[in-house]
Design a protein around this ligand. Sequence first.
Ligand code: PLP
Length: 397
Amino acid sequence: MGSYLDSIPFSGIMRIRDMMFGIDKPFRLDQGDVGFDAPDAVKAGMTKAITANQTHYVQTVGIPRLRELILKKLHGKNDTPVESVDDIIVTNGGMHALYIAFMGLLEPDDEVICTDPMWPSTRGSILSARGVPISCPLYESNRWRPDLVELESKITSRTRVILINSPQNPTGGVLTRSDLEHIANLAKERDLWIVSDEAYEDILFDGEQHISIASLPEMYERTIPIYTFSKSYAMTGLRLGYLSIKDPAVRDRVKKVLYYSCSNVCSVVQFAGVGGLENAQARIEEFRIELQARRDLFYNGIRNLGGAVLSGEPPTGAFYAFLRINPTWKPESRLLKADSQSWAFVEHLIQQARIGCVPGVDFGPHGEGYVRFCFARNRAELTGALDSMRRLFSATH
Ligand code: PLP
C-alpha cells in the first residue's frame, strides 16, 4: 500500500545537485548558497561555546541570550510589536521554521494561498502538514508580483493561510507597502493567518527597503514571521533560523513539533548566532553591497550575450536571476525527450557548459520557460560561467 508521503515529490534541485557531482570543475549557480564565508564573530561565538563545553541539551525554544538579541532585532529592524521573548522560537534554519509553522497551523485539507513560481521546499512543508497549496501566479510584467484581485479570488471557506515571501525566491520580486497593506486587509477581513517568509530581508538593491507585514497595524497577532541566519550571515550549513508567534495556542503546537522533531537546536550553533547578532551586523551591509555588484556583473554578462537566448530585468531583491529562455530555443535531439523546455535547457547548460542552474518549472508550472541562476557565488565563478555560456551559445547560434 502506498503512503501519503509518496505523493509528495522530491525537489528537482536535488536531482540537479546529483547531476552536478558528475561534472568536472562545475560552476555552481544552481544552489541558493552565498560565496562568502561566515563572519569571524560567528565563528568566534561557536568556538568559544565549544571550548566552554556548551555541548549539552539547552532550552527547547532557544538559549536565553539568543532570544533576547532576536527580540531586540525584531523591534529595531522589523518594527514588529513582539511583547516578550516568550513568542520567539529558534529553529534549524528557515526551512525548519516553515515546516513547524505549517505543522502547527494546519488541519488536514486546509488551504494555503501561495505563489507560482515558489520555492519548492515550502510547498513540501505545506504538503507534509497535509495542507493544500493553492497557487496564485506571479507575473514578470508586474515585476514578479501577484495580481491582488486574482489572489483574493483564490480565497475559499477552506483557506487558512496566505503565504508571502518578499523578497522572493526564485524571481527576486519584492512586494510594495501597498501590496502588503492590501494583503493585510484581506487577512483581517477573512480571518486568515499570514506566514511571512523573510529569508531575504537583508538582500535588497537599488535603495529598496524591506517591510515586515507583521509591523502593519493589528497584523502581528495573525502573522508568523520567519527568518534565517543562512543568507544574511553566510551561515547556510550551520542551520539557524527563528520565528515569532503571539497566539499561545498556536505557539504551543509549534513548540511540540520542534521538541518532538529535534529537542533543541544545536547548542554551539546558537552561540554562533549570538556572535553574529552581537558583533557582525555590519557585515550584512558589506555582503549586500557586494551582492549588488555581483548582480550587475552577471546581468551585464547576460546582456552581452545579445539577448538571443536569455532575457530579463535585474531583480531588486534576493540573489537569483530568473531569466526567460528564448521560446525559439530548441534542444538538441538528444534532449528532445527532456520533461520540458526548461529541463532541456538546464541539462544542456550542465552537460555542455558545466553550469549548474534550476529549471523554472521546478518552481511551478508558471515558471516553465524560465531558468534560475544564483548570482551570490564569487565573482570568478560568475565570470567563468558567463565565459562558458558565451562559448556555448556562439558555437550553437
Ligand atoms: N525561504 C526561502 C524562500 C529560501 O529560498 C530559503 C533557502 O533557500 C529558506 C527560506 C530557508 O533557508 P535555510 O533553511 O537555509 O534557513
